[in-house]
Design a protein around this ligand. Structure first.
Ligand code: TXA
Ligand code: MG
Length: 331
């Protein structure tokens, strides 16, 4: 686990334009000085992420909002006061301080104050904004431990702060406050119900906005194994059919009474537990050599909304040959 001098080393690396992976309560971030364009460009290169897909700028406290956004609406201050530090990202009109390379040329910027104490220490010691996507390669499963980060992109980084396993385990909820009405662009660690309660109004989920958010690509968050969404009552029979084809099957479910199925990995629990374990479980299925992961969707309330969203995307069509190569596995 990280100590004080780790934060100092990370700050020194950021000041030199280096890249630093750091823990947040959601997933690990791949951070660069948000005002250093060359450093931010390296983030896109390391992630293999298209330059048009904007990054979140992480801030040390809500008061920094004014430096990074303009025309900050009352609603933003309200949500910041209630949910920051925490798993909520606000999309606002960007200030002149935000380089175009961070926003992919957009006039809006995504901002968040993360809840992990080491992330806050880092941000406050650095004293500026840290642009950070999740610290994984584009399209892959997000990292929730420092070991995941090292395995994915470790050699390409200047420093990794190890803050243990992420407590929320799923990315922040993104709320767009740059238009007439607030809208959720990505469900995440703050539930829609809590947002709506705080704002005393309904907040629609918008998936067809002007921005092509990477998290909205259908194959995002996918492990190597093929993920197939099934109904709880189908799990046992599907698993049997797949095993008859000599395939190694994993199961991820929130059903408390899922039948024990030999030779499969069952991950069950509440929506909060599944969110925390989801990405590690998807990685674990790969490590165990699973060919197919059968996933049941939780009820889409609380964190269940975000878990269902990520599982559907993990099960979405993929742009590479693995789908056809594994076509025979698709039940
Ligand atoms: O929990 C999280 O949000 C994590 C941790 C590290 O903070 N970060 C994360 O970053 O998930 P990333 O880059 O994997 O996803 C950020 C999302 C992307 O889908 C991006 O398109 C969207 O935020 N985004 C960034 N700027 C935006 C903007 N101006 N308008 C709309 N969406 C934006
Ligand atoms: Mg990501």
């Amino acid at each position: 686990m990280a100590a004080n001098h780790d934060v100092e080393r990370a700050v020194a690396a950021l000041r030199c334009g280096g890249l630093v992976a750091f823990p947040t309560e959601t997933v690990y971030g791949l951070g660069a000085d948000a005002e250093n364009e060359a450093a931010v460009r390296r983030v896109f290169t390391v992630k293999n992420r298209p330059a048009t897909h904007p990054l979140i700028v992480h801030l040390g406290e809500a008061g920094w909002l004014e430096h990074w956004a303009q025309d900050v609406p009352e609603l933003a201050w309200k949500l910041a006061a209630r949910f920051w530090p925490g798993p909520l990202t606000l999309v606002l009109r960007r200030s002149a301080r935000v380089p175009h390379v961070v926003t992919g040329g957009l006039e809006t910027v995504a901002l968040r104050v993360p809840g992990h104490p080491l992330a806050l220490d880092l941000l406050r010691a650095f004293g500026g904004g840290i642009a950070a996507p999740s610290a994984n390669r584009f399209g892959a499963v997000s990292p929730t431990t420092a070991a995941h980060v090292r395995a994915d992109i470790g050699p390409l980084l200047d420093f990794v702060i190890d803050g243990g396993a992420c407590s929320v385990g799923i990315e922040s909820t993104i709320v767009d406050l740059s238009g007439e009405e607030p809208a959720i662009l990505r469900p995440g660690g703050v539930s829609r119900e809590d947002l709506e309660h705080e704002l005393a109004r309904q907040v629609p989920i918008r998936s067809d906005g002007p921005v092509r958010v990477p998290g909205q690509l259908s194959y995002h968050y996918a492990p190597r194994a093929l993920v197939v969404v099934v109904r709880p009552d189908e799990v046992a029979e599907r698993a049997r059919l797949l095993r008859d084809q000599r395939l190694h099957v994993g199961v991820i479910t929130t059903e408390p009474d899922s039948p024990p199925i030999a030779d499969t990995v069952v991950v069950s629990g509440s929506d909060v537990e599944i969110a925390r374990l989801l990405y590690a479980a998807l990685r674990d299925f790969d490590r165990r050599g699973c060919d197919v992961v059968l996933a049941t969707l939780p009820a889409e309330k609380g964190l269940g909304l975000a878990v269902a969203d990520r599982l559907r995307r993990a099960a979405g069509p993929r742009p590479d040959i693995s789908v056809t190569a594994r076509g025979a596995c698709t039940p």
